[in-house]
Design a protein around this ligand. Structure first.
Ligand code: SF4
Ligand code: SF4
Length: 124
């Protein structure tokens, strides 16, 4: 009987409290600047120089890139099937060319979409 009353008191207390859940996906919780979501790379001006540090420090082998004859990175891939969003690539990049965005809704039924491919634009 005592447990039942304690349970009812808890229920009534929560009736007058603000909910702690959100109506996701209509409402989303604020993400801090330190959040590590979808990775992006800048292959444009003042961006990636193809030094290879990101690839070396990536613990899961999620990064691949292709260089052209001039040594510039033409194409750069993050494999989200492997990426663990550790942030090493961003932290060690000497050009600050990588950022981990706030984007976290990365689920898909097509695994080809889990390869994030960035290409150098011709005029860059
Ligand atoms: S560490 Fe930065 S500059 Fe070096 S290859 Fe990776 S993204 Fe490019
Ligand atoms: S966040 Fe970590 S696991 Fe993902 S690509 Fe960068 S270094 Fe690799």
């Amino acid at each position: 009987m005592r447990a039942l009353i304690a349970g009812l008191i808890t229920v009534f207390k929560h009736l007058f409290m603000r909910p702690v859940t959100l109506e996701y996906p209509e409402k989303k919780r604020f993400q801090s600047d330190a959040f590590r979501g979808k990775p992006e790379v800048n292959l444009g001006e003042n961006g990636c120089i193809g030094c290879g540090v990101c690839k070396k420090v990536c613990p899961s082998g999620a990064i691949e890139y292709i260089k052209n004859d001039k040594g510039e990175v033409d194409s750069y891939n993050f494999d989200l099937k492997k990426c663990i969003f550790c942030g090493n690539c961003k932290f060690y990049c000497p050009k600050s060319a990588i950022k981990l965005t706030n984007e976290f809704e990365l689920g898909t039924v097509d695994k080809r979409e889990l390869i994030l491919e960035y290409k150098r634009r011709v005029n860059d």
